[in-house]
Design a protein around this ligand. Structure first.
Ligand code: 0X9
Ligand code: ZN
Length: 299
């Protein structure tokens, strides 16, 4: 059982997903969409009432190994939805929810056993091991903000989707018969709600829709008692960085509401956020997700 009062290991998270599938076979199903470099499964959990017209949303966490708050938040959201399912509004019930709580399982385990601040996946060995999975997606791959140096923290890999962790997302999402309307990727830290483009300081034609929904999400976070989150296009608001999952979701998959949400905190603890922050952070993230998914349900 997960507690959201501590950060859990990969096996415990996967056992929890198995438990949910077993307890709610009508609503919850799971699949393994790929294997990491070290052979760990990339798990996907789906929540669906199986109505044919449902829109689909994707929510992931754990692309960056050290951002522990993100798998904790994604599993919290899964738990909330399932425990409250009967009382949820129509836009929730008539959505097919796809969750990938931990896209970089090797890196995550490595941060528990060897190096708490590891970011990349675990291809190779030594000081220069690893590829930054959020520079490895195949939209404008290899551009600004992605390094060609394997030793760099932002090394984008040998080519787009060279890594099994990103290739799993690409093949699952493009082959699923799903009406994708929203893509949300959780990262930390900094308290930002970011939308494309990330590859440069430019915005897509419909950026006003993304800005508006992002501002509403930030307001929902404040209404839930949370702190202020800054909303804006990733390249302008943070820094330009090509090969991100959000840009690929919007640019290649044509998913309108594509966001990267950088969770708490503001830098006091950074990646090493104490476990006592899991519940407040996950609750405010849930509030933001509701806003985005409601907008997606109308798109
Ligand atoms: O640099 C990143 O990958 C993300 N920030 S983090 O501190 N979690 O590493 C921001 C990604 C924003 N989106 C794009 N640049 N496409
Ligand atoms: Zn990140």
């Amino acid at each position: 059982r997960l507690t959201w009062q501590a950060y859990h290991r990969l096996d415990d998270i996967h056992k929890y997903l198995d438990f949910l599938e077993e307890q709610h076979p009508d609503l919850v199903s799971q699949q393994t969409i790929g294997q990491s470099v070290n052979g760990n499964p990339i798990r996907l959990l789906k929540i669906s009432n199986k109505q044919p017209g449902n829109k689909a949303v994707w929510i992931d966490g754990g692309i960056h190994a050290r951002e522990w708050i993100t798998p904790a938040t994604v599993t919290f959201i899964i738990n909330q939805l399932i425990s409250n399912w009967e009382n949820e509004p129509k836009y929730v019930q008539n959505t097919d929810w796809y969750f990938a709580p931990l896209l970089n399982p090797d890196g995550y385990e490595y941060t528990h056993t060897v190096d708490r601040l590891w970011r990349k996946n675990r291809r190779g060995s030594g000081r220069c091991a690893g590829i930054d999975l959020n520079r490895n997606f195949g939209y404008r791959w290899g551009g600004t903000g992605a390094s060609k140096n394997p030793c760099a923290e932002t090394y984008g890999g040998s080519g787009p989707f060279s890594e099994p962790e990103t290739a799993a997302v690409q093949s699952f999402m493009s082959n699923a018969n799903a009406k994708w309307k929203a893509y949300i990727s959780f990262h930390s830290y900094g308290q930002y709600i970011l939308y494309p483009w990330g590859y440069n300081r430019v915005v897509p034609p419909d950026y006003k829709d993304l800005e508006l929904v992002g501002q509403r999400a930030a307001q929902a976070i404040r209404n839930a008692g949370g702190p202020s989150y800054t909303v804006g296009p990733a390249g302008n608001t943070l820094y330009p960085a090509a090969g991100g999952s959000d840009d690929w979701a919007k640019g290649a998959m044509k998913i309108k509401y594509a966001y990267t949400v950088e969770l708490r905190d503001n830098g006091r603890y950074g990646f090493v956020l104490p476990a006592s922050y899991i519940q407040p952070t996950a609750k405010e993230a849930m509030a933001a997700v509701r806003v985005i998914v409601e907008a997606a349900s109308k798109a």
